[in-house]
Design a protein around this ligand. Structure first.
Ligand SMILES: NC(=O)c1ccc[n+]([C@@H]2O[C@H](COP(=O)([O-])OP(=O)(O)OC[C@H]3O[C@@H](n4cnc5c(N)ncnc54)[C@H](O)[C@@H]3O)[C@@H](O)[C@H]2O)c1
Ligand SMILES: O=C(O)C[C@H](O)C(=O)O
Length: 375
């Protein structure tokens, strides 16, 4: 008999290799414990964590590793801390991309494109080389939708439907706000869809949502907020959308740091539902690659839509009736994503030109020194 008995749970299945970038940062600090404790992949699933950060954060990363060890999680059967994406992404099953600069007060998320897009190109290329082709990717680092698009583009050997960006935080914010207003628990508010970009143009839509009453009846959200009075509709098309879409900025103004605890919880919700599946008749919001076939959304954007998930595969919920107000909101957020895609492509090209110039200078310097030695 072994000195430390292996629990029947972790003896049963193969460990999942889960990579987290930005592993020394704020969101990771909340999220890693949730993953290692079984809250994301379930209580029977052993995990090997691959933790990527950059050289300046290496000491902090070492501290995170020490703390993970000290948590004594029985499901955590290995930790691979590294600064090399080729090591971090080797043979992984899941990739959670947190590693990026967060915005500060007064910035829009798209202001981060220039700083962050290069990270997602480089890491997409590494993923392409060494990850399992079945890897599932969740991009959280902002601007999340367009970063996810860039990562998918530079990892062409991995199906683009395996990439996603996080809009579950917006959905959670919307559900919680409605629950507080209706005086019900957050979990009673179901089927709230977040459409489009994780930005101020997002459209949190309640038109297909309901509040699940204690007796099992489904009360449409507008009715739960006081019936079809003008007040409820005004709120849902006005203050509600504004509060949800500006919530990230409100948190930055208050904390002087961007959301982290709630971002980690939303990331955990997103992955758990992708891994386990959605409840029958219910959907969740995920930004996924658009195919140009639904709701007038242009192709090749990471666009948040309502999805159902079965056996690890998401499907867009089709044919939901959309009001003219909803359609105009979808168009506006799509237009912003198209602009971001154009801008991101320009930044990636500028990075490539700069890299090529730097490589040329380095090569010339190399030749120069070779000549010196030759003489
Ligand atoms: N989509 C969402 O809902 C959502 C919510 C909250 C935050 N965010 C975004 O998530 C990102 C992370 O937020 P945070 O609060 O954890 O930030 P943070 O600054 O605390 O942590 C970021 C970490 O990423 C690391 N990093 C930087 N460049 C890297 C690279 N090339 N490779 C690997 N690691 C790298 C940093 O060293 C740092 O440890 C930010 O871009 C933030 O805006 C998104
Ligand atoms: O708002 C931010 O910059 C952080 C994050 O995207 C959020 O929504 O809290």
């Amino acid at each position: 008999m072994p000195l430390i008995p292996t629990t029947p749970t972790n003896a049963q299945c193969e460990p999942l290799r889960v990579a987290v970038t930005g592993a020394a940062g704020q969101i990771a600090y909340s999220l890693l414990h949730m993953i290692a404790s079984g809250q994301v992949y379930g209580p029977n699933q052993p995990i090997i964590l691959h933790l990527l950060d950059i050289e300046p954060a290496l000491d902090a990363l070492k501290g995170v590793v020490m703390e993970l060890e000290d948590c004594a999680h029985s499901l955590l059967v290995g930790i691979v801390p590294t600064t090399d994406p080729l090591v971090a992404f080797r043979d992984i099953d899941w990739l959670i991309m947190l590693g990026a600069m967060p915005r500060r007060e007064g910035m829009q998320r798209k202001d981060l494109l220039k700083a962050n897009v290069g990270i997602f190109k480089q890491q997409g290329e590494a993923l392409n080389l060494v990850a399992k082709k079945s890897v599932r990717v969740v991009v959280v680092g902002n601007p999340a939708n367009t970063n996810a698009l860039i990562a998918a583009h530079y990892a062409p050997s991995i199906p683009s439907r395996n990439f996603s960006a996080l809009t579950r935080l917006d959905e959670n914010r919307a559900r919680s706000l409605l629950a507080i207003k209706a005086g019900v628990p957050a979990d009673a508010v179901r089927n709230v869809a977040v459409w489009g970009n994780h930005s101020n143009t997002q459209y949190p839509c309640v038109d297909h949502g309901y509040v699940l009453a204690a007796d099992g009846t489904r009360v449409p959200i507008e009715q739960a907020l006081g019936g079809s009075s003008a007040g409820a509709r005004d709120f849902l098309e006005g203050a509600f959308i504004k509060t949800v879409s500006l919530r990230g900025g409100a948190i930055i103004a208050a904390r002087k740091l961007s959301s982290a605890m709630s971002a980690a919880k939303a990331t955990a919700d997103h992955i758990r539902d992708w891994f386990v599946g959605t409840r029958p008749g219910e959907f969740v919001s995920m930004a996924v690659m658009s195919d140009g076939k639904h709701y007038g959304i242009p192709a090749d954007l990471m666009f948040s839509v309502p999805v159902t998930i079965t056996n690890g595969e998401w499907s867009v919920v089709k044919d939901l009736p959309l009001s003219s107000f909803a359609q105009s909101k979808l168009q506006a957020t799509a237009a912003e994503l198209v602009e971001e895609r154009t801008e991101a492509t320009a930044h990636v090209e500028a990075h490539a030109v700069a890299d090529a110039a730097a490589a040329k200078v380095a090569a010339m310097a190399g030749n120069g020194s070779a000549q010196v030695h030759a003489h």
